[in-house]
Design a binder for this molecule. Sequence first.
Ligand SMILES: Nc1ncnc2c1ncn2[C@@H]1O[C@H](COP(=O)(O)OP(=O)(O)OP(=O)(O)O)[C@@H](O)[C@H]1O
Ligand SMILES: [Mg+2]
Length: 266
Amino acid sequence: MSDEPAISVVALEKKFGSHTVLHQLDLAIADQEFVCILGPSGSGKSTLLNILSGLETGYTGTVKLGAQRIGYLFQEPRLLPWLTAEKNVDFALDGCAVPPARRPQLKDHYFELAGLANFRNYYPHQLSGGMRQRVALVRSLCVEPAILLMDEPFGGLDELTARRLRIDLLRIWREKRKTIVFVTHNAYEASYLADRVLVMAQGRIRDEIAVTVPRPRDYDDPAVFDVNREVVRRFLAAAELAPETASPVTVPAQDALPILQSSGGL
Ligand SMILES: Nc1ncnc2c1ncn2[C@@H]1O[C@H](COP(=O)(O)OP(=O)(O)OP(=O)(O)O)[C@@H](O)[C@H]1O
Ligand SMILES: [Mg+2]
């Protein structure tokens, strides 16, 4: 573990035309830290991840990442439709430095983990939306990134699958010592996964909550429920702090509701 932050962002400002989407944002994420970002729709979460990944440019401020190999699980699967699930993963592997000898073992492991062992030869159009997202998850893990950026990766999955993948993700994070930045609308998911939850609103980080529940965590630990309550309270307070709260786009009901209703579930 290094003392240098894995991710360091200073005075980041991003505009689309005249619209400032990120405002003087500062962020330091420690090596091997698991950070969740929670925020209303349109608050700039995906834009921030796009900048961290290097895909989005044209900003002011500084962004430094301490690792070369970055995995990015987008909000949507972004699979190549003319390639099978496995060939999509191969395509990503071809572009990274994972030694070829390791690849079959990695693919077996992660396809199995994602419940897709029997679907490797399926084309994206033959898979359900949730299965496509799981192929994208396999792709992001197979490249063995030191930093993993995940944008609402489990949002479109059924609760049983999402729960299993959250538990597996924590195990992978612990075993492989990754730094993870994970965007979600689900406060319980954030409370279970994170070392630290950042609350974003209107392009700013408004609050942060350290999650001190000891690890390894039990998914149904009452302490996680307590953190969830606190995170929801702080999220609502932060959203109300946002200057344009009067605008109907600030906290649309459909985004606020899952947070309020989220719970340990099954
Ligand atoms: N390429 C773009 N061109 C113009 N505006 C953009 C572009 N990408 C994002 N925006 C704007 O930036 C703002 C933040 O968008 P972003 O996708 O980062 O939000 P988000 O927090 O990820 O929302 P969600 O939770 O709905 O995914 C929005 O107002 C959006 O319209
Ligand atoms: Mg987004």
